[in-house]
Design a protein around this ligand. Sequence first.
Ligand code: DAH
Length: 340
Amino acid sequence: MLDQIKSLVQEVQAAQPASAEELEVYRLKYLSRKGIIPSLFEDLKQLPPEKKKETGKPLNELKQLAEGKFKEWSEKLSQSTQATSSGIDLTLPPVPDTLGSLHPLTLTRYRIIEIFERLGFTVADGPEIEDDWHNFSALNFPENHPAREMQDTFFIDRNPDALLRTHTSNVQIRLMEKQRPPLRAIMPGRVYRNEAISARAHCFFHQVEGLYVDRHVGFADLKQTLYHFSKEMFGKDTKIRLRPSFFPFTEPSAEIDVSCFICGGKGCNICKHSGWVEIAGSGMVHPNVLRHVNIDPEEFTGFAFGMGIERVTMLRYGINDLRLFSENDVRFLKQFKPVF
Ligand code: DAH
């Protein structure tokens, strides 16, 4: 029996269970109730007392060795399965959190607000789901105006009077319904048109509307206000140009162009070699519009303008594709820092 114990000590020392299954085989073989070591303890009981003493000690040592080995291996195995099953290596350096930045359209909107606030303009807001009156009729659009037709406007099936606003001019009406002149406000917001998406058009975009109604407001005020805005926004050497135009809600109406600050007016890709880029529509508020909101056009006059925020942003940062604004590509978005 002593020889058997000796060779078992060697066996146990050499054993290297590499998995939970192999460890279980090891336990069953040496330590379980029917395993070799407990059965040797049974045999020990049969030995005469003097033999018991000399065999008992090495047998106990074998038992301790086998149990110690079992404990050691089961700890090792459970540690390594924990690490691999969670898939996390806690020794690796942490991935730093990235700080977000403001969207370029937000940066431009903030800048526009900042410029007009200093001229005493407040900021107003209105609904994106609008009715025909506020989006069209109150703004003096005749019944048969093409802008009302399905190809431009998103109407809502269940309610023929509900639509997605096609411009921010609806807020002019909502504001004048609630407030009496004098009023001076800008109204930034999202607008919708049923257009195919391309580098130059999208089914939604952003505008900022401006409105100034008071006694004795004239075309010179419109021109000076937008001239001041353009210099603040694009640089002090910027020039503006007004071209006659038509909008149902203004009379007279004008498109506002700014001199191309990329090429200084010499001609480049951005201005399509004309030296000028269009940034807004504008005009003197049509008397019918004032009448629709119970403001007497004999007493009050006003000017209004509507500017595309995407257009201004593209000029400001040299962006050449409108789709970039709504794709949420972080490689694009993270490039914009405030340029105040
Ligand atoms: N609402 C016009 C558009 O979306 C832009 C515009 C033109 C607004 C002239 C105005 C304005 O307030 O006076 O095309």
